[in-house]
Write a protein of this length. Sequence first.
Length: 212
Amino acid sequence: MSTGSSFDEERKGMVELQIRRRGIKDKKALEAMLKVPRHLFVPEQMKELAYGDEPLPIGEGQTISQPYIVAYMTEALKLTGKERVLEIGTGSGYQTAILAEIIKEVYTVELIPELSRRAQKVLAELGYKNIKFLIGDGTRGWPEFAPYDAILVSAAPATVPRALAEQLKVKGRMIVPVGTDFQELVLITRKKDSWDEQRLIGVRFVPLVTVH
């Protein structure tokens, strides 16, 4: 069984080998991933695999994303630290913690109550106080606190939900995996009355489920 100190070494190795050497340069993202204990966000039986270069199941048909993809999506938002960010798909809470290390306020939405409650417990135990949680349909965003400086979507809609695009501030950025059989990460930047889209890399995420 890994000790706390060996988890620290595994985390350093993850950041160096899987993230930094693959081209991630954002200092804030790298520092956050060095700090956040990823093994606390996976099921007990998965802890030994927590720092591997792969997504892992977290129950309820959901996954915790591959570390490189977490870093890539975080870097794409170009966060300075002052932003208010909407996260769609709390999941394990790991990406939430990475954002909370970097920015002022995180608003995170999760459809599955059990996942949200589990993430809230872990994040509270780690001492985060700059996160607000909502259990609900992520395709609708969280209009009460809109507009947001950035939006990160960690499940894949077939097309970009209009409600999310409209909750971005002007000049705000959204990173979202889009597609069904084939998915791409899309970076959306809001202009005044339009949105620019930039297609980045191919990915594989669980579907973003909507409630009809």
